[in-house]
Design a protein around this ligand. Sequence first.
Ligand SMILES: C[S@@+](CC[C@H](N)C(=O)[O-])C[C@H]1O[C@@H](n2cnc3c(N)ncnc32)[C@H](O)[C@@H]1O
Length: 242
Amino acid sequence: MEEAALEKLEKQGIHQWSDPEEFPAHLKKYWYQRHRIWGKYDEGIWMTEDGWFGVTPEPIANKIAVHVGESAPAEKTIIIDAFAGVGGNAIAFARSGRWEQVFAIEKDEATIKCGKHNAEIYGVGDKIFWVRGDCFNIIPRRYSGNKNTVIFASPPWGGTAYSDDKVFDLSQMQPYNLAKLYHDFWKYTEHLILYLPRSSDLNQIARYAPEDKKIEVAHYCITGASKVRTLSTNQSKSHHFN
Ligand SMILES: C[S@@+](CC[C@H](N)C(=O)[O-])C[C@H]1O[C@@H](n2cnc3c(N)ncnc32)[C@H](O)[C@@H]1O
């Protein structure tokens, strides 16, 4: 990209980092992981600084896409990525070819621009409908009454000093705790997938299992380390895989 165009983007908080010298020191670990996070990083991926903390690495996003695609009933043809970020999951859902429509909601302007651009790099620019705004307003407005939807939500994990070692209290997750996510999204679909820290409290999750249904919990790992946990409602079985 031309220098002037890059400068214009940088003013908006969007970066196409290709030089380790220019990469922010406090994010350095992500520089070393960039190709694991984005297989096509060198083709010109755009990121915000915050985007690095939340983006789902491509191998995990692909696994989740396969798993969600297989476990949702065939009549579910629309997937909504409620917190789409820079596009990690939305791109994987679109690439899977499983969905008639993929909607990606993101409230931050610079972040959604990155997502749209990154989707182009992966050849799915025309397969994702991007919607800028607050998912808690947009989902009721646009998708209530639609029976074909699945909601995938990878919310921010802020809150009581998230750490991998101790059990993560999902009632303290900020800015949206488990109760808020569950109650707000459950009204619109029984097929809800939440992407949560691997140390999430399973007892808190279990409380949301609908009567006579099970909640499925899956761990997704990169090179042996369990990174995250997803839970899906309305599943008939429960399994873990590494
Ligand atoms: C953990 S990141 C999602 C990362 C995404 N799965 C990816 O792979 O890039 C959470 C995102 O949710 C966005 N967000 C937070 N609250 C939101 C809301 N109410 N509606 C829509 N987006 C929101 C944040 O700006 C952030 O980009």
